[in-house]
Ligand binder design. Structure first.
Ligand code: F6R
Length: 366
């Protein structure tokens, strides 16, 4: 049932504040802003030398953001790869490592094969899944449900932000177990997480009209580039993936710092550049990349916050201004304009948004 929405994808985008609340209630204490280390289950983060993460598509990109968090907050090195490479790379593994597999369906063939590879090497296995009865969940030592509810739209939206919510909670718990975050930091991080549902509802209500108008414009282009730094880099990859999947417009995501190592050659007035840049410790660097785009006649769509919008004087095709948010929740909050932009652009293009051509919801063959 789509309720009063035109597509499941739109419904699922709007469900995010609610399903994230459910996920948060399961993983963190919303009253005293702490995380129980028992949420880690059979994964003994305290004694790990490193963590391996593998997944496909959007789930892989949530894992990439998770890597930034595990490394920063838990000082735990993370090895991550797409499952189709991970399973065949003959990665040397040892028992003082653990492995985490992320999958909405819990049935993705390559992800399952990567899991079995790690199991054979004797690693403890954790699964971040939406479908709790899935094969990947059944074959794991610790199951971390994302509690997103059924996701019908082929393009993943609420599963992505719920995966992020679970990974952030686990990274904080791992940091606590490893003694790499103080209890003050823990409280601050969990307080930020707890503010997410309210902030996301506000953003959804505020940005839709602007995004719709911008999408009409974007649907006229053949190529789009997404740029970001830090956790906004995987988000740039996710933005490009979402746009190409459902609108069939060619899109690429790049780490903003890679611009001058190749993609800058593509910049002209025919390729809009979507810059994801909250006012964080990377902001100045990203703005200097934006300058390089502007100097070559590139059209910029700037997704930032109030402070970022005030700090940059560059002309843009459009600026989407979000509230100033804590760094740990920026990837979830900034997912909203990214998802809505892909959604409305696809609607303007007249594609089959919920069932894009050539794609399947669950990829059970290699
Ligand atoms: C993108 C998308 C796919 C899936 C990928 C993994 O919107 O839906 O990239 O994320 O096929 O699927 P799961 O998470 O079921 O393993």
């Amino acid at each position: 049932d789509k309720g009063n929405h035109r597509h499941f994808m739109e419904k699922e985008i709007y469900e995010q504040p609610e399903v994230i609340s459910h996920a948060l209630a399961h993983y963190v204490d919303l009253g005293d802003h702490t995380v129980e280390t028992s949420i880690c289950g059979a994964i003994d983060f305290a004694s790990l030398r490193s963590l391996a993460i593998s997944a496909c598509g959007t789930a892989y990109l949530s894992g990439l953001i998770g890597k930034y968090w595990f490394e920063r907050y838990a000082r735990l090195p993370v090895e991550i790869d797409v499952a189709s490479e991970f399973r065949y790379r003959e990665i040397p593994l040892a028992k003082d490592q653990a492995a985490l597999f992320i999958s909405q369906s819990g049935e993705t063939a390559d992800t399952l094969a990567s899991l079995r590879y790690c199991q054979e090497a004797g690693l403890k296995i954790g699964a971040v899944v939406n479908v709790k009865e899935s094969t990947i969940a059944r074959e794991s030592d610790a199951v971390f449900p994302i509690l997103a509810g059924p996701e019908i739209g082929v393009a993943s939206t609420k599963a992505f932000t719920c995966q992020l919510t679970v990974l952030a909670s686990l990274a904080i718990a791992a940091g606590k177990l490893r003694g790499t975050i103080s209890s003050d930091e823990e409280k601050q991080l969990v307080r930020s997480l707890s503010e997410m549902p309210r902030l996301m509802s506000g953003v959804l209500n505020a940005i839709e009209p602007k995004i719709e108008a911008l999408s009409r414009e974007l649907s006229k282009y053949k190529d789009v580039l997404y740029l970001g730094r830090g956790t906004s880099y995987p988000l740039a990859l996710e933005g490009a993936l979402k746009l190409k999947e459902i609108s069939y417009i060619h899109a690429e995501g790049y780490a903003a710092g890679e611009l001058k190592h190749g993609p800058i050659a593509l910049i002209d007035e025919n390729m809009p550049v979507i810059v994801i840049a909250p006012f964080d410790r990377f902001f100045e660097k990203t703005v200097s990349n934006m300058q390089e785009v502007a100097a070559r006649g590139g059209k910029i769509i700037f997704i930032t916050d109030g402070k970022g919008a005030a700090a940059s004087k560059l002309p843009t095709m459009e600026t989407i201004t979000l509230p100033n948010v804590a760094e740990i929740i920026a990837p979830m909050v900034y997912s909203l304009p990214i998802q809505l932009l892909a959604y409305h652009t696809a609607v303007f293009m007249g594609t089959d948004v919920d069932q894009p051509r050539n794609l399947a919801k669950s990829v059970t063959v290699e």
